[in-house]
Design a protein around this ligand. Structure first.
Ligand code: MOS
Length: 756
């Protein structure tokens, strides 16, 4: 991989500014040396091991369990089913975690009803993992099977409006103008259907919960989750245990991508076993079992775009139908970005759901935008050929300077700069306009591009900061690091605020007892927790300035924070190094061992709502398509990103590269294949569920367009992560068309689809 052109956007003039400069992750060493412990790696004397048994039917009832063979396995302690489980609350309300969509959440081992194939129906607990697993395989469940319905495409006619939307998701806006008439009247039209198959997150770390029960009845749970406080909230409500008796820790998380936004069923199962047996228990899911919970929903889309001959958009018509479960309405809206990206007077957006006998889908990196922007950006490419205009030119011609739906300004939008930077780095100007223009040996070579957009969010968060004299600055919040660099960036923010070297800052996260933090999702941890950290350190700055002003002859007398600087582990009058006094001396002088502050960040929604807040990208791709095999190689990707101030360019670049790699997987490989006779995902392991591997990845270049957005966060940051994925698969699809003249409207674009 080539080195990316990174544009640091450090605050000018601070002179001591770790943010904006690249810092390697401070948790890197413990991870590569194996010292970082994950949820399934915590040990305690007397730990029992439990293995879940999953249903083999997709719908019906459990008639009886035949447990004899399972119980006969040496070391087996107990088999827990809905018949002998511990008390669980009966109201669905208690099962709603902080990110639950509308409806009635799945309740593991609650009753005899089977709602989907792979549903946990029993839990075998044993002295060893091997015994539990052996016994689980010997357990027999008799079912009364009922007919199931798992096929989205066969039931599109049953689609309906989603019931109440989850917080943070708005329903599609009402029609603007007269989209149908405008479409009919325009000379250039695209009218096409797109299909995106189901995908599973497949993080490296398996989902696991280790529940450690101590003598006082306190449960310490090491859980794989994107929010320790969400898991604690769930456990305490479902089992009716006071929150003070539960601690959830997720010190290190080996990837999650949204799969950990809701408590997964191993958490409830591990708690059940701990309650029943009154001992510590661990449940680890297998890779196979990780295909028996939420996934990115299969989605069918209909796009109609119309334009004048000179490329001005006249109509955008975007309808999406996605699957959900029978019990909850998972919503990711899919179509909303299509109303925001391009200026257009006539817009129709619609989003509907089909309930199926499957587990509720769950957010997966850039939920909604990943599929919705894909269809829009492929349709835009189709329109460009219809008109005979360069695809980038078409986008620039219809560039939205304010949100076309409601007229609100963007809080910042350097998308034009992304187009320019990306096109320049890629060499887009040299693109031959016609498809099938270039080949080498047996390969067609094509170039494609697409736009990406993702929401820039901020959520409430708390942080605490304690500065110890001659010791560390300890900053804490119940935040999560799913591998994205939270430990590092939070320490950077704190270090910068107080002018301390990074090594002197300890950032604590991953513990439900720490100050409140939202789940790590929506690429919003920096804007949320980062702003709380900045706020807590800001309060320390005030306290330290007051300490510095104690003496009558203090040069700091009468000065405000704006007139002083925190640099070189001390405080000085702005620009006057002679006045420098170390923070340690300040504390000693005041006879204090430490100073501390807490800060609650409450997003100013009154201000924010006046703006549309989003991150943007422009993705340029070169592919080679084998004309005999239909195989596609993505040789070159340039991803230009506008995401506010980039606080840690190294971690941000990693995030974008990860998104691009995933985009290549989504475009070419990833698909959870269901056998609808059984209603079950069949390729449920990493041998058969194809992810991009090293051999699939070639040249990836990341460019950041300078941006600074003080509406989204006081740090100027908008958040990176998900934006790296959006648009990548569309750019690949568009490049495949440019290479071959073949339009593939169905992802993943496997050789059979590219060839036929
Ligand atoms: Mo992300 S899908 O918000 O974890």
């Amino acid at each position: 991989m080539r080195d990316g052109l990174i544009t640091p956007v450090a605050e000018p003039g601070t002179g001591h500014s770790p943010t904006g400069t690249g810092v390697h992750r401070i948790d890197g060493r413990v991870k590569v040396t194996g010292q970082a412990r994950y949820a399934a790696e915590w040990r305690t004397p007397g730990l029992a091991y439990a293995v879940a048994v999953n249903s083999t039917i997709a719908r019906g009832r459990i008639v009886r369990f035949r447990l004899d063979a399972a119980l006969a396995v040496p070391g087996v302690l107990q088999v827990i089913t809905h018949e002998n489980r511990p008390h669980m609350r009966s109201l669905a309300f208690f099962y709603k975690d902080m990110t639950a969509p509308g409806g009635s959440p799945f309740r593991p081992l609650y009753d005899d009803v089977v709602r989907y194939s792979g549903q946990p129906v029993a839990l075998v607990v044993a002295e060893t993992f091997e015994a539990a697993r052996d016994a689980a395989a010997r357990l027999v469940v008799e079912y009364l099977q009922e007919g199931h319905q798992t096929e989205l495409m066969a039931h599109l006619h049953q689609s309906r409006q989603p019931k109440p939307l989850k917080a943070g998701f708005s329903p599609p806006p009402k029609d603007k103008g007269d989209p149908q008439a405008a479409f009919n009247a325009a000379p250039c039209q695209v009218n096409a259907h797109y299909y995106s198959g189901t995908e599973h997150h497949n993080p490296m770390e398996l989902f696991a919960s280790t529940v450690i029960l101590n003598g006082t009845g306190h449960y310490t749970i090491y859980d794989k989750t994107q929010g320790s406080q969400n898991s604690r909230w769930y456990v305490s409500r479902v089992f009716g245990i006071p929150r003070r008796k539960v601690t959830v820790r997720n010190t290190y998380v080996g990837g999650a991508f949204g799969a950990g936004l809701r408590p997964q069923y191993q958490l409830a199962l591990a708690m059940m076993a701990a309650i029943v047996l009154k001992r510590s228990v661990r449940v680890v899911m297998t890779r196979h079992q990780m295909f028996t919970f939420g996934h990115r929903p299969e989605t069918s889309q209909h796009l109609k775009l119309a334009a004048d001959r000179d490329g001005v958009l006249r109509a955008i018509w975007h309808e999406a139908i996605a699957e959900t479960s029978r019990i909850e309405d998972y919503v990711e809206v899919v179509v909303n970005w299509s109303g925001q990206l391009y200026a257009c007077d006539n817009v129709h957006l619609s989003y509907r759901l089909v309930p199926l006998d499957q587990y509720t889908p769950i957010d997966m990196r850039a939920p909604g935008a990943a599929h919705g922007m894909h269809a829009l950006e492929v349709a835009m490419d189709e329109l460009s050929y219809e008109i005979g205009i360069d695809p980038l030119e078409l986008r620039l011609k219809n560039y939205a300077h304010s949100n076309p739906v409601d007229g609100k300004p963007f809080s910042s939008k350097a998308l034009r700069e992304c187009y320019a930077l990306g096109a320049e780095r890629f060499g887009w100007a040299f693109r031959p306009p016609e498809p099938r223009a270039r080949r080498e040996a047996h390969e067609w070579i094509g170039w494609g591009m697409a736009t990406g957009q993702w929401d820039a969010m901020q959520m409430p968060a708390r942080a605490q900061a304690v500065l110890h004299a001659d010791g560390p600055l300890v900053v804490s919040s119940a935040a999560t690091d799913i591998g994205t660099g939270t430990y590092t960036v939070m320490a950077m923010i704190a270090a910068e605020s107080l002018g301390l070297p990074l090594e002197r800052v300890t950032f604590q996260l991953g513990d439900s007892n720490l100050p409140f933090a939202p789940i790590e999702g929506g690429s919003s941890h920096v804007t949320s927790v980062g702003s709380a950290v900045d706020g807590a350190c800001g309060k320390l700055r005030k306290q330290l300035l007051v300490l510095a002003q104690r003496e009558d002859d203090s040069p700091f007398r009468g000065l405000t924070l704006g007139q002083v600087q925190f640099v070189d582990s001390g405080l000085q009058v702005r620009g006057a190094t002679a006045t420098h006094v170390s923070l340690d001396d300040l504390l000693h002088g005041a006879g204090k061992g430490s100073v501390e502050a807490r800060y609650l960040l409450v997003p100013n929604m009154f201000k924010k709502r006046r703006f549309t807040r989003a991150t943007h990208s422009a993705v340029f791709v070169e592919v080679r398509v084998d004309e005999e095999l239909g195989t596609v190689r993505v040789m070159r990707v340039v991803s230009a990103i506008a995401a506010g101030r980039i606080l840690n360019p190294i971690a941000a670049r990693s995030q974008i590269i990860g998104g691009v790699v995933w985009g290549i997987g989504a475009a070419l490989h990833e698909h959870s294949e269901m056998d609808h006779r059984f209603g079950r995902f069949m390729n449920h392991d990493l041998a058969q569920y194809h992810l991009s591997v090293n051999a699939d990845i070639h040249d990836i270049e990341v460019v950041f367009a300078p941006e600074d957005d003080r509406v989204v966060s006081a740090l100027g940051a908008k958040g990176v992560g998900e934006i790296g994925l959006v648009g990548v698969a569309a750019a690949i699809c568009n490049a495949i068309f440019h290479a071959t003249g073949k339009r593939v409207r169905n992802t993943p674009m496997t050789p059979d689809k590219v060839m036929n």
